[in-house]
Each structure stands twice: as C-alpha cells, then as structure tokens.
Design a protein around this ligand. Structure first.
Ligand code: NAP
Length: 288
C-alpha cells in the first residue's frame, strides 16, 4: 500500500512557487492574497492561519480582513468591492462557512473572476463545467487531481465513486474525474446501498464529514482511496470519512488524514494566487 502523501507533494510545489516568486517579483510586487474572515469559528480561524502562513512562506503578500460575527452583508459587500477594484490585490476569497445571516453563495460570487483563487464563483464553476482551461478551479478537487497525478495514477476508464455532492468538493470532483475520462458515480444521503457503490470503486473520493462512514471491508482490493473528510473530535483527534487501518489492508493507495488532501487544498490556493498575479503582470490582450 502506498501512502498518497499530500504534505510531501505540497513541499515540491512550494519550492517551484518560491522560485517563480523570486524570479518574477520583488517583495513589493509579490502576489497578494486577501482573505475575508467573519466571526470567531475556531476551524475557520485555523484554516485562515494556515493559508496566511503558507502565503508568507512562499514570499507572497497577504492581508486578513477580519469582521465580527454580527457584521452586515453590506459591510462585507463593500469590502469585497473595494478589493475587487484594488489593482494591488491579486486574489481574494471569503472563508466559509459564514454566520447564518449572511448569504455565502452570493458573497463568494461577488469576488471578481480574475481574483477567484478559490475557484468558487459562478464564472469559475461554469468554466469548469464547460471544460474551459482559463478558469480557476475549486481548490480541494483540483488539489486531489494534482495529488493523483503526482503518483501517476491512471484515471481514464476507471470506475470512480465520489461520496458527497457539495459545491466545494463533491460536485466539482465528479466533473474533474469525468474530464479525465473516469466513469463517475456520485453518492449522497439519498443514495440507496452506499456500500455497493463503494465496492465497485477503482478510485474512491470521500468528502462527507462523517467519521469512518466508509468501512474498510467495502474497499475493492487495489482501489485508490482519497479521503477529504476532516472531523475534529472532542479530544482533538482528527478523523477522516474512511476507516483508515482496515481500508489500508485492501487499497493500493490511500491518503492519510491529516496530511493528504488538506495540504493539497492549501497549495492549490497558492498556485492559483500566483497564476492571478502572473496575469496581472502580463495580461493577455483579451484581459486588457
Ligand atoms: P458538506 O457541504 O457538508 O457536504 C457533505 C456531503 O456528504 C453532502 O453532499 C451530503 O449529502 C453527503 N453525506 C452526508 N452524510 C452522508 C451519508 N451518511 N451518506 C452519504 N453521503 C452523505 O461538506 P463538504 O464541505 O463537502 O466537506 C466534506 C468533508 O470534507 C468535511 O469533513 C470537510 O471538513 C472536508 N473538507 C476538507 C477539505 C480539505 O482541504 N481537507 C476541504 C473541504 C472540505 P447531501 O447532499 O444529500 O446532503
């Protein structure tokens, strides 16, 4: 069994990005990532901290716009509009989830598509669905494809099963796997007999958020298992959606949790921020 080591793959990409930043930018013109964080959700605060620390490590500039939990939608909209108009801000994202009184989809969608390093606006999602290459892609599924590519895993013709159909992971994951010529099944809460679908999977992507929902005995011998699930228990243990130990006995490849999908999500955000900054430096004619 081979561990799909997202941390190690991310380290390699970090070196490439650092070199590119050193060669193409000065500290004053380095890629700039702006983050909007609302409230005090500890998980969101921790994700934002990780992303800002990575931006720093890569030589990017970064800016945190932190609002109290009771901020009005108008205030967030005004800040997004200002950052959209600021030529010094290359990439901008709103850390989700947002407090219930705010419309996450509308706010995430307000980000200008050229700055959408998170890949979650309608324009980016539409481009993804149409197979257009210029759009940014949602970071977790894009990072998963990059991880599978790093290990030379063939997707064409394979039976791929994605458990979960969220806008940020499951849905775009299915599209990306299909674009790579896998035959894709998407499972969700209304799926009848989840076990039987999982048992057919050559490639399994679990993106549910229910610890150990996927049983080791369901895994097809030789399958490739990608576990995006990330649940912190009361004692601080982090659990994935797949029974790791039991699944490892049958899988050919498996991601650890943590250390698999998470680092690939973060580095994909950074790669897309760099891409946005490079476009700022050398805009194509159509973007002038
Ligand atoms: P989400 O929006 O809550 O979506 C969960 C999906 O799982 C839904 O489509 C839901 O189906 C499905 N589901 C829930 N219970 C199920 C069950 N018993 N059987 C089959 N399907 C079930 O979650 P998300 O944002 O996609 O995140 C999923 C997991 O990935 C979470 O643990 C999250 O923390 C993690 N995550 C990790 C990263 C990373 O970088 N490592 C990034 C993003 C997310 P319905 O549609 O029918 O409700």
């Amino acid at each position: 069994m081979i561990l799909l080591d997202g941390k190690a793959v991310s380290l390699g990409i970090q070196e490439t990005i650092k070199t590119e930043v050193r060669m193409r930018f000065t500290p004053e013109t380095a890629p700039k990532l702006c983050v909007i964080l609302v409230g005090e959700n500890p998980a969101s605060a921790s994700y934002v901290k990780t992303k800002c620390a990575m931006a720093q490590r890569l030589g990017f500039r970064h800016e945190l716009h932190h609002f109290p939990a009771d901020v009005s939608s108008d205030q967030i909209e005004a800040r997004i509009d200002a950052l959209n108009a600021d030529p010094d801000c290359d990439a901008l994202f709103v850390q989700l989830p947002l407090p219930k009184h705010l419309d996450s989809v509308a706010l995430a969608n307000r980000v200008r598509s050229e700055k959408d390093a998170d890949g979650l606006t309608r324009a980016s999602m539409g481009a993804l669905l149409l197979g257009e290459s210029h759009g940014f892609q949602p970071c977790t599924p894009r990072g998963i494809i990059r991880l599978l590519d790093a290990y030379g895993i063939e997707l064409s013709g394979k039976e791929a099963v994605v458990v979960g159909r969220s806008n940020i992971v499951g849905k775009p994951m299915g599209v990306l796997l299909q674009q790579r010529h896998a035959t894709v099944t998407t499972c969700h809460t209304k799926t009848l007999d989840l076990a039987n679908h999982v048992k057919r999977a050559d490639i399994l992507v679990a993106a549910v958020g229910v610890p150990h929902l996927i049983k080791g005995e369901w895994i097809k011998p030789g399958a490739v298992i990608v576990d995006a699930g990330f649940t912190k228990t009361a004692d601080g243990t982090i659990l994935g959606d797949v029974e790791f130990e039991a699944a490892s006995l049958r899988a050919s490849h498996i991601t650890p949790v943590p250390g698999g999908v998470g680092p690939m999500t973060v580095i994909t955000l950074m790669a897309q921020t760099l891409h946005a900054a490079l476009r700022r430096k050398t805009p194509s004619k159509s973007e002038n």
